[in-house]
Design a protein around this ligand. Structure first.
Ligand code: AMP
Length: 280
């Protein structure tokens, strides 16, 4: 695997490549990331990964400074698996050389709800960095995890609207045996919190089971679930059952008619914010 830090070196590596498969990450790689690399390998060649902790997508009170940075370990992990041909690991100056940046502003109906409501500016940061990374790598396909469901939808819609030639391929959420979605932030959980954390996924399953069993009272299901999490000591940002196609609320009639849904949640356990979702 070649590790490159500058856009120029990356361009050298990518010259003449028009079938590349790309996996952007913020590093501290876990088995979820590794699964994305494996899927990338099935869809293109060479596989290019990136590691860049993107300051633009962190709010002023968020964990940018304490976000785990483990580049050497990440490189070793990638070398062991041998799925990735080029790793692009730029520094901030390389990605944002000017004091002021152009920004990509996602449409508010998708960008300002759910994660966008609780993390203002988050999706502007995500789309801005993803557009720049796609422009650097120019891949045929890029793989994104469903763990970040809204992000996946926004990146897809950005590629569509800007007519980018990259196809976005989703990967299912990779979980620990107890159901907790793998995340770089899980390492911040204390042992007690780690034991409590799978509650979130169990609750999403409970929501799905209720809908599948014919309960179409969306507001009631959401309220019960939020209360259950709060009673277990979580601070809930949102827990919402939405239409899969646009993340808008579904009417009772739509639910009854079998509209594909997804339940999405974000909640704090102690000082760690966890997000998860489940298609219904
Ligand atoms: P991150 O490094 O957390 O920004 O994530 C980089 C990519 O990995 C994104 O497309 C995420 O959706 C994806 N990802 C992170 N965790 C998981 C997981 N547990 N399962 C599947 N994909 C994931």
């Amino acid at each position: 695997m070649k590790v490159v830090h500058s856009i120029e070196e990356l361009r050298d590596q990518m010259r003449g490549q028009n079938r590349a498969a790309f996996v952007p990450t913020m590093g501290n790689l876990h088995e979820g990331h590794m699964a994305l690399m494996r899927l990338a390998r099935q869809h293109g060649d060479p596989v290019v990964a990136s590691i860049f902790v993107n300051r633009l997508q962190f709010g002023p009170n968020e964990d940018f400074d304490k976000y785990p940075r483990t580049l050497q370990d990440d490189i070793e992990k990638l070398q062991e698996r041998n799925d990735v041909y080029v790793l692009f690991a730029p520094n901030e100056k390389e990605m944002y050389p000017e004091p002021q940046n152009y920004r990509v502003n996602p449409p508010s109906d998708l960008g300002d709800i759910l994660e966008g409501e609780f993390r203002p500016g988050f999706f502007v940061g995500v789309t801005t960095v993803v557009l720049k990374l796609l422009s650097c790598v120019q891949p045929k396909v890029a793989v994104f995890g469903k763990k970040d469901y809204q992000q996946l939808m926004i990146v897809r819609s950005m590629c569509r609207q800007f007519a980018l030639p990259t196809e976005i391929i989703p990967h299912e959420t990779v979980r620990d045996d107890d159901g907790l979605a793998l995340s770089s932030r899980n390492r911040f959980l204390s042992p007690t919190e780690r034991a409590q954390a799978p509650h979130l996924y169990r609750l999403l399953n409970k929501v799905r089971d209720r809908v599948v069993a014919g309960d179409h009272d969306i507001a009631g299901i959401e309220r019960d679930s939020r209360n259950e999490l709060a009673a277990a000591g979580w601070k809930v940002d949102y827990l919402a059952l939405r239409r899969r196609r646009d993340l808008r609320e579904a009417t009772c009639e739509e639910v009854a008619a079998g509209e594909p849904l997804v339940v999405l949640a974000a909640a704090m356990l102690g000082t760690t914010r966890l997000i998860d979702n489940l298609e219904v």
